[in-house]
Design a protein around this ligand. Sequence first.
Ligand code: ADP
Ligand code: ASP
Ligand code: MG
Length: 814
Amino acid sequence: MNVLKFGGTSVGSAKNINSVISILDDYSKTDKVICVVSAVGGITDKLLKAGELAQTKNKDYISEFETISEIHHTILSKLVPSEGDAISNHLNDKLQELRNLLDGIFLINEISPKTSDKLVSFGELLSSFMIAETMKKRGLDCLRKNSQELIVTNSNFTKAEVLYDQTNQNIRHYFSEAKQQITILPGFISKSEQGEITTLGRGGSDFTAAIVAAALNVNRLEIWTDVSGMYTTNPKMVKQAFPIEHLSYQEAMELSHFGAKVLYPPTVQPVLNLNIPIHIKNTLEPEAFGTKISNDSNGNSNAVKGISNINNIALLTLQGNGMVGIPGFSKRLFETLAQEKINVIFITQASSEHSICFGIDIKDSQRAKKAIDSTFENEISLHKIDPIIVETDLSIIALVGDKMKSHQGISGKMFSTLGKNNINIRAIAQGASEKNISAVISENDVKKALNTLHERFFEAKTKQLNVFITGVGNVGERLVEQIKQQRKYLKEQLKINLKIVGLSNSRTMIFDEGGLSLKDWKTNLASGEKASLNGFLEQAIKLNLRNSIFVDVTANEDVSNLYAAYLKHSIAVVACNKIACSSAFENYNSLKELSRKYNAPFLFETNVGAGLPVIDTLNNLVASGDKITSIQAVLSGSLNFVFNNFNDSTKFHDVVKQAQKEGYTEPDPRIDLSGVDVARKILILARESGTEMNLSDIENTSFLTKANLDSNSVEDFYNTLIDDEAHFQKLYSSAKANDCQLKYVAEFNNGKAKVGLKEIPKGHPFYNLEGKDNIVMYYTQRYPEQPMIIKGAGAGADVTASGLFADIIRTGNK
Ligand code: ADP
Ligand code: ASP
Ligand code: MG
């Protein structure tokens, strides 16, 4: 004898019902089959909604009823198209009965739990009827038996308890005499001893099947649904979730108790004692293995088998000094909850006994508060304890696995993973059996928590980075192209799954939670929504994705003013924009602190030397205990270009013009020539070496004339360069006479920094610096005489983009 249960989706359309029938046909060729069916998918909810509308005197219940009626008629007409008259007449009669019941609820303006059960019972009665009749029509040896005549319960309507003695007897007796090869049973519904219709709780068809399987002690119970088994976590929340092949009964119970809806929690109990395995299978993909739940050893499986979540949780806290050391408080508390029939999902008590904290369904929270405050009225009035505290909008997430107890550090990993993603934990519980570690978190964080924990425990080797890029001009565009090119390599070689989730320029912005397609990104961006800096920030916060990274490829102060907001939401910031790091020390410092506090890396390697690893090397030296004593550097690609091309046969004015034309200077060349840009860079290096410094502390001896510096427009500036040609020629000839090259040098020595033009003698590492190259020499305690030297192209879109790219990857390793 086989017992198979098919859920709402499996019987949700004529097409799926045909798959069910073909599975049953196959099974029945070798053995008798009992098939338990749910209501057509979504019908139980619709019945409850119609009842609710009728009860509140809202006539929309009629259209809800009509939808229910139409769904059934449509399915039936597709299953038995030509010969459906008798069957559809019967369907109409049943639907009329339903309509009468709803009209009655409307008239009396009331729906008791008892009436509610009667109402929802129509769902399973209708589906089982349609399926059985279709099978008969197709010549299968099939009969429907109303399970209300088999399963007997108490009168706890909406979630009745089974009276097993009578139930088992009924089932055994009926099936010992049943001759048909296939029996269809409606799931979920039952009857009380008094003959009233009861139900087994939402999702209860699984339970019906387990009760029947246990009563008949069959070889296995099969639960057929719309997914290929019990997944490592809810597949609707985590794309990477995958089916777990084997689970123990305990693990399955824990996962389902903590929210894995695919199995109704009470289902395990009846079959567990008899060691009947449960197999979860996919009706839409019968060849998939699914999940087998049994007592078999799980082999070398993961210690953590699955992660589940329950939403709509309220956390209640009973606390007060009067509780310490006095027995009986928890007894009275939980007795009160039991009397109110409130199910407690989660409990923790601090070892100080000063407080007890427990989680319940949010819908019970006000009732619980009222009852508990009344139980402890006396103690509350004497200020021995406080009125109960209720917190809402919470969820419980749980890690489950039999073998977790023999693995150290799992809870540490769980909480540090959540902490790194700035997910605040309100309460923690770990059963003594250590099969389950659960935490209460905000409901807003559930998706992020499940994804990040899943990544940590099941995709140990891959990490997803979710990138939001603002500013896709020259450098930004190169960055997107580099990411596009490297994605496959990153995934395969570095196990990094890099997704660009948001993209913006100054005009438009686009987002895709699953990762933007980079094929036609420019066209897509052009037709995106209107760009807004705050809108971009808000979207990044709202999506609340793990490992989110904001990349600033602008030179805009308004963008850098938002870094703090990104960091406060644990979104890493990667910037080539220098403004934030060279702004007031307090601002730079507070961004660094936010980065530490919220575990969100703040990286700006490209602020100095474009793609050269200038800052990363400095950070590594400092982190490993070295001390920077001096930094000597040539940090301006534009000034290098100018002094490499200026000599006695060129004109200073012309060389600067050419530098600007070739894109080596800012649109206003005074920013480069005045040395401000270089001063900002050495400031950042000084700060990263641990010195508190501001731009105004940097000595800047300009090689420009007063007239150059006083010019009030770019044009005016160029004119003064022509006037002062002799001044520049003097600088050149002096250097030449000394056999030196002119280089614009930034220096940091013993806590002081300066920038200025210098004559560099032959043999010095700066002497032969070419083109737009940069060079940085670090003198440290470990490198006292021979400095550590970093040299290479210090400007250009491609190298800057690759520096940003390296920072993005670096955030993933932090
Ligand atoms: P049925 O109608 O067949 O009883 P349910 O809707 O009750 O199906 O249960 C199946 C659904 O459970 C899946 O579609 C999935 O969305 C949800 N689910 C939640 N957690 C899990 C999990 N860990 N594994 C598989 N499914 C899960
Ligand atoms: N139809 C019922 C429900 O939706 C029972 C079930 O599907 O298991 O809750
Ligand atoms: Mg179900």
